[in-house]
Design a protein around this ligand. Structure first.
Ligand code: ATP
Ligand code: MG
Length: 278
């Protein structure tokens, strides 16, 4: 058998999953947050990482985006090892953090132009205008971001993360605090991205968001991924409840709460337990 190599060749980089996480461990002093996290994300798919507050979702995202070093385990993004090939990872990703990173003093358009310039792209103005249109921000383009609503900021934040068309996008709670309409707009943008072949890893507290968007859903609990499967696979974990002779399918929320209460005795759901590229 061929010995596993940590660093892949360019051909292997294009073939494997967009994100591969194996045995990841991370503690903050005595607090063990990740205790052997495993999952893959196939290219062009959306994985929703669910978990309660403090489960370690942002920690995973920060490790994958090279902002934080894991204590043990390996992770690769777009074929690049997050520790040994951090520059390759950074070129392959964009990160929309849990808290919007837009500059309040600049206008929406200026924010976009700035990022396009920083990425040394040709015609930053045209890139900015295209994204403003795509995210329904054209009318507000010249206004200072400090006058934007939360939804507009979030949309601008996501638009900024698309500059340069990175193949892998991390969205850490992309719709936290948004009203239902703004959430739907963000969902549209995310779906469109995946439709174009971008790989998306998003974390969320909103179970309906995972239901709406994700190809696969992984639940992080107790430092591990306790399930990883499609929505249908997750729903199969619970039998339908009978209510006055009408079968009620469990919602993802029922599945989530039951599994979290169960404390991770389920394991992965798919045949390929880490959901590798299909
Ligand atoms: N720099 C740090 N130093 C110490 N503890 C930390 C640090 N960063 C995170 N933690 C702790 O690690 C745990 C996981 O945090 P993390 O932010 O990854 O959780 P999360 O799943 O993203 O939570 P949330 O849903 O609230 O965003 C929490 O208990 C948190 O307090
Ligand atoms: Mg978080």
């Amino acid at each position: 058998m061929k010995e596993r190599m940590d660093i892949q060749t360019p051909a292997e980089q294009l073939q494997g999953p967009a994100i591969r996480v194996q045995d990841l461990e991370k503690s903050y002093k005595k607090l063990a947050v990740l205790c052997g996290v495993h999952f893959d994300v196939a290219r062009g798919s959306i994985l929703a990482l669910l978990g309660s507050n403090g489960a370690g979702k942002t920690t995973v995202v920060n490790i994958l985006s090279t902002l934080l070093k894991a204590d043990a385990g390996t992770a690769s993004v777009n074929g690049f090892d997050v520790t040994k090939q951090a520059a390759g990872v950074r070129e392959s990703i964009s990160l929309t953090g849990q808290f919007a990173a837009v500059d309040e003093i600049l206008s929406g358009r200026e924010n976009l132009v700035l990022v396009a310039r920083l990425r040394h792209l040709k015609d930053p103005g045209a890139i900015a205008d295209g994204l403003l249109a795509r995210f329904s921000l054209t009318d507000a383009a010249a206004r200072k971001v400090s006058t934007y609503s939360g939804g507009m900021r979030r949309r601008l934040d996501i638009a900024m993360s698309l500059i340069g068309n990175p193949p892998v996008i991390f969205l850490d709670e992309p719709t936290a605090g948004l009203d239902p309409q703004a959430r739907i707009e963000v969902w549209h943008a995310v779906k469109e991205l995946a439709g174009q072949g971008t790989t998306v890893l998003l974390t969320t507290q909103y179970l309906d968001e995972a239901e709406q968007l994700a190809d696969r859903i992984a639940i992080l609990h107790g430092g591990r991924i306790i399930v990883n499967g499609t929505l249908t696979e997750l729903k199969r974990q619970l039998p339908p409840a009978k209510v006055e002779y009408v079968e009620k399918q469990p919602t993802l929320e029922d599945v989530f709460l039951a599994l979290v209460r169960d404390d991770g005795k389920h394991g992965d759901l798919g045949h390929d337990s880490v959901g590798s590229a299909q």
